[in-house]
Design a protein around this ligand. Structure first.
Ligand SMILES: Nc1ncnc2c1ncn2[C@@H]1O[C@H](COP(=O)(O)OP(=O)(O)OP(=O)(O)O)[C@@H](O)[C@H]1O
Ligand SMILES: [Mg+2]
Length: 249
């Protein structure tokens, strides 16, 4: 496919799963095996939880999906685009449609909350009124409406985490990757974040949430992809989870 065609990638208009990983391995130089022969799919409109202990490979999997890292072996496809073959232009177009809330936030500390959240909307040329309204809305939902004009460097970790989530959600992207999104949050803020995720999910966003936080994992409603030492050891069907739960297993 030419770059011109890739300019028009439409993540809402394709029939294959949103994410396909086929026999993916990732080895960090020199010999750290972060993922081993992982195959999975995430369907369009699905919300899945990517679980596993510290070091299991969750962040690595998300980095492969948003093409920050390349697999050592195997195939990754996002929205029908083979990420090992995609052009730079295609990649830029695709990245604009993936919201990522990074585990380490990756916010710009000298800029304000507003400026950080506005960034993905400015990239797609949203008008100023729309941007201000969306930032206000997200800050209200996430419980930090009074922080709009504060520089990131002056916020608590929990507040920064919510700004990172707001930035990822700003464009209501077709695909949202959230890496330990509640790691620094209390119960009230956790509920606010999950409300936002459910709202996005209801509106059609595909969500992949990497987490250890048992309080947010909804085994009876959503699929669990569980990693252990880089291997996918569980790819659950929520109907089985519900049945097991009812039987007290
Ligand atoms: N850039 C890197 N260079 C070398 N090794 C890395 C790098 N990033 C991750 N690793 C290693 O790869 C393995 C998987 O790491 P990863 O960050 O994906 O785990 P994780 O499941 O996200 O863990 P956590 O729950 O602590 O965030 C770990 O052994 C980690 O030390
Ligand atoms: Mg991680």
């Amino acid at each position: 496919m030419s770059d011109a065609n890739l300019d028009n990638i439409d993540l809402n208009n394709f029939t294959r799963p949103m994410v396909v990983a086929v026999r993916v391995s990732k080895v960090y130089i020199p010999d750290i095996v972060a993922l081993k022969d992982v195959s999975l799919t995430v369907n369009k409109g699905e919300m899945v939880f990517l679980t596993g202990m510290s070091g299991a490979g969750k962040t690595t999997m998300l980095k492969l999906i948003c093409a920050i890292e390349k697999p050592t072996k195997g195939l990754i496809e996002v929205a029908e685009q083979d990420l090992t073959k995609i052009s730079q232009t295609g990649l830029q177009q695709l990245r604009q449609k993936i919201g990522v809330a990074y585990q380490d936030f990756k916010l710009l500390p000298k800029l304000t909350v507003f400026e950080n959240i506005a960034m993905p909307m400015e990239i797609i040329y949203q008008n100023s009124v729309t941007i201000h309204n969306r930032v206000d809305e997200l800050l209200e939902i996430l419980g930090i409406p009074d922080k709009k004009n504060i520089p990131i460097g002056k916020l608590s970790r929990g507040e920064q985490q919510r700004v990172a989530i707001a930035r990822a959600a700003a464009n209501a992207p077709p695909l949202l990757l959230a890496d330990e999104p509640t790691g620094n949050l209390d119960a009230d803020s956790t509920e606010r974040v999950m409300d936002l995720f459910h709202h996005l999910h209801g509106a059609g966003t595909t969500l992949i949430i990497a987490t250890h936080d048992e309080s947010i994992i909804q085994r009876d409603l959503h699929r669990i992809l569980d990693l252990k030492q880089g291997e996918l050891i569980l790819n659950s069907d929520p109907r089985d989870n519900l049945a097991n739960y009812r039987q007290g297993i």
